[in-house]
Unconditional design. Structure first.
Length: 183
């Protein structure tokens, strides 16, 4: 873990000196320097004191880099296509076990020729247009603002039944590392 670098970055961002941290925590400047250079690992109670001095939650100091906030600017989104109808997919975020994307479904198009299944839970929000969604024996029509969710291991399909391109926000979560072609 790289706790020391995290502590240093927060301290510098907040314009706090090592001396100020030491005054608040009672730790020596030499010790704090070793913590910030990852040459020593502080105890949880010492980390708690440092976190209080920095005015951050202790849990934040313990997060791995990949567990922290990830930012995807609109102009930096990865755009792919999916399925036989090459639906446009804008990837909003991605983690090891989850993905969120905007999917454009042209008039009359669907997420596949036939219903398909994969691991995970899906949540859909209709941002624009009108769609029909089916999972197994269940089916319903949805309009802008409507949402639905399902376990994706049951075959499912989403079709645009409106008179304009539909845009659907889809969030997928799995227990295991997520694959690429899920919609």
């Amino acid at each position: 873990m790289d706790i020391g670098s995290t502590i240093r970055a927060i301290r510098k961002r907040k314009n706090i000196t090592i001396a100020q941290i030491c005054e608040t925590t009672g730790l020596s400047q030499g010790f704090m320097s070793q913590v910030e250079t990852n040459k020593t690992s502080p105890s949880i109670s010492t980390l708690e004191s440092i976190a209080q001095a920095l005015k951050v939650p202790l849990a934040y100091l313990l997060l791995k880099k990949e567990e922290r906030m990830r930012i995807v600017r609109k102009n930096e989104r990865t755009i792919t296509t999916s399925g036989p109808e090459n639906l446009k997919v804008e990837h909003l975020s991605s983690t090891k076990n989850g993905r969120m994307m905007l999917v454009e479904i042209p008039i009359g198009a669907s997420t596949g020729v036939a219903p398909h299944a994969h691991e995970g839970e899906e949540i859909h929000v209709v941002i624009k247009g009108r769609i029909y969604a089916e999972q197994g024996e269940d089916g319903a029509e949805f309009e802008e603002g409507d949402s639905f969710s399902w376990n994706a291991c049951t075959p499912h399909l989403v079709r645009n039944i409106g008179e304009d391109t539909a845009i659907v926000l889809i969030s997928i979560y799995t227990e295991h590392e997520i694959g690429q072609d899920l919609i």
